[in-house]
Design a protein around this ligand. Sequence first.
Ligand SMILES: [Mn+2]
Length: 240
Amino acid sequence: MMPPRSFAATHRGTVRDHNEDNLVDAPALQLWAVADGAGGHEAGEVASAMLADALADLPLGLGPDEALTRIRRAVIDVHQALRDEAGRRNKSMIASTLVVLLLRGGHFAALWAGDSRIYLLRGGELSQITTDHSLVQALVDQGLISKAQAESHPQANVITRAIGAVDDTGELDKVLGATAPGDSFLLCSDGLTKVLDEATIAELLLAPDPATALVNATLEKGARDNVTAVVVQIPQDAPG
Ligand SMILES: [Mn+2]
């Protein structure tokens, strides 16, 4: 059986002078992640880099339960460290979103906090695996605005959960499922999903280097925010 193939790309965008997004592309761990830092000058980069470093440092060969436990523990440790760091720097908050994809034996775990997302393209159908922790998602859930209105809402940037946030616990939401041959997972920051619609995302996931294609398409449309894409492909010959 062929191992999954992964692709990763990130860019600061066309407006911002630095990139506060970070990513993990670790096929050896069967783990991939995107983190989108917040907190202003240099702080956001610190937050997302601490999460990426902690996840990339996990030991090889962990079983599914042990891996999930270690991921949660590593993230809660970073959560505490970011709160301490914010105190030292006299900042109100140094925080980051996080999405993690873990593959184990024909199954996946999607873990997240904030408005970075994981999508799954299966049999030509794109579905969003994660549900944003954001103000506009809460308005969608209450039936007050549509999903389409949410992306262009003036408060579309307001997230309700983040790693490092003062009023948060550092816990991640979780979705588990089975993988299928030919699946493509996309992990991305909101800089991508605020610019590209789902039809475009589904089409570009079929490109030879889908992560670069997605980031380039976002840049061509202006990319006011940092933009990150990580794509993980389950081979066609994988056992179902
Ligand atoms: Mn962002």
